[in-house]
Write a protein that binds this ligand. Sequence first.
Ligand code: SF4
Length: 167
Amino acid sequence: MKEKPTVAVSRCLLGENVRYDGQTKAMPQLINQLAAEFSIVGVCPEVEIGLSVPRPAVQLVFFDDSVQAVGIEDAELNITQDLLSFADNFVSTNPIISGYVLKARSPSCGLGTTPIFPGGEVGSGLFAHRVQQQQKHVPMIDEIRLSAPLVLRQFVEAVKSYAKTNN
Ligand code: SF4
């Protein structure tokens, strides 16, 4: 039997209690649909750079002409470089990954939905943004957009096509 393509999924969507507040954002129905088509690898950039659960929340801010991930309560907490290095390492050590399903609005995982302070613009979390730079054409989507059945079908086809071309 042909192997399923592999997708990386935010671990909070898989039902793991890895969020800053110790909670999860489990999406069991969506994960079952994905698991029918793909092998799933969980990823939680914030935990995997060594932060605890629970942990101080971070947000994206414009700082020094760039977007950085900084503590909401503690501006000394800056995990920007750790997230970028983690993304570089994740991409290079997981060449088999043919798609990403990431948590919307997160300063690490968000895809064009994360608020950037001050000013109210939105952008991508630092892990997601760096992966997009490194693995340019890999299909990436968040759980909100995937809730539309047509979008889910299109994502499944896009991942299969990427896997066929790149693996
Ligand atoms: S959004 Fe990303 S960084 Fe935040 S808890 Fe979920 S997987 Fe971890």
